[in-house]
Design a binder for this molecule. Structure first.
Ligand code: OFO
Length: 169
């Protein structure tokens, strides 16, 4: 495997692992605060990020590279509000999208069209995840501090689909 592509894919493996830990930490915070619908949504989201990491690990190894399993720093574990949590989640997803774009860029530079093709799944996934996070932040901006609104939000988010629990076609 091309060494520059291998290096940036390993950087992405670490990023997906950190995303998974961050969302796990957010899920745990929500659960401790009795925001159970949100906790369920975030636990699933954390699992989904771990799946992304595994997808990359297997791809790197199958193509003759060596996947590096990273050490992960402790993620942020306290949040001022549900809104702050989701604003951070959206910012995090935007950062990950930039990283995915960088991987795609290196693939093109190195003429690695197989990895470029493989990465298109991640490009589409980021688009979906960013859109969903934006929708959630918009909802929370509308609700503000209204307790009834927050109660309904927490009930509804349980039904919101991340691609992890979306029906497969
Ligand atoms: Fe890995 O999908 Fe978002 O971060």
């Amino acid at each position: 495997m091309n060494s520059k592509v291998e290096e940036i894919l390993n950087r992405q493996i670490a990023a997906e692992a950190s995303s998974s830990q961050l969302y796990l930490s957010m899920a745990s915070w929500a659960e401790c605060h009795g925001i159970n619908g949100t906790a369920k949504f975030l636990y699933l989201h954390s699992d989904e990020e771990r799946e992304h990491m595994l997808k990359l690990v297997r791809f790197v190894n199958e193509r003759g590279g060596t996947a590096i399993i990273p050490a992960i720093d402790s993620p942020k574990s306290d949040f001022d509000s549900l809104r702050q949590l989701f604003v951070l989640l959206l910012e995090h997803e935007i950062k990950v999208t930039e990283m995915i774009n960088e991987v795609v860029h290196v693939c093109l530079q190195e003429k690695d069209y197989t990895t470029h093709n493989f990465m298109q799944w991640f490009v589409a996934e980021q688009l979906e995840e960013e859109a969903l996070a934006r929708e959630i932040v918009d909802k929370l901006n509308m609700i503000g501090d209204d307790k009834g609104g927050l109660y309904l939000f927490d009930r509804d988010i349980e039904m919101m689909q991340t691609s992890a629990n979306a029906p497969q076609n």
